[in-house]
Write a protein that binds this ligand. Structure first.
Ligand code: FES
Length: 105
């Protein structure tokens, strides 16, 4: 099973089993990492699933929608690696994708 590597706000790194077809947000949430609030449940309307993605994987990720872009603009910790994890479908091609949970707003 492909792995998703998650770095928490405390700097703890965890390797999770990545279910293909689930979003990165769902994999993190289902692993019990509750600092990723994901308040809207993946509807792209809250930005509480904000992560920073390893730039090496940027080309393998789907393009950012205007809605995702707008929501990320509302966060204080946005940078060039920012994505909303609910908008990232996980797949075998993303094996060992590393994401870092962004600072809380
Ligand atoms: S869970 Fe709300 S925008 Fe991702």
């Amino acid at each position: 099973m492909p792995k998703l590597i998650v770095v928490t706000r405390e700097g703890e790194e965890r390797a999770l089993d990545g279910q293909t077809g689930h979003s990165v947000m769902e994999i993190i949430r289902d692993a019990g990492i509750d600092e990723l609030l994901a308040l809207c449940g993946g509807c792209c309307s809250c930005a509480t699933c904000h992560v920073h993605v390893d730039p090496d994987f940027a080309a393998k990720l789907p393009a950012m929608s205007p809605d995702e872009d707008d929501l990320l603009d509302s966060t204080s910790d946005r940078n060039a690696t920012s994505r909303l994890s609910c908008q990232l479908p996980f797949s075998d091609a993303l094996d060992c994708l590393k994401v870092t949970i962004a600072a809380e707003d």
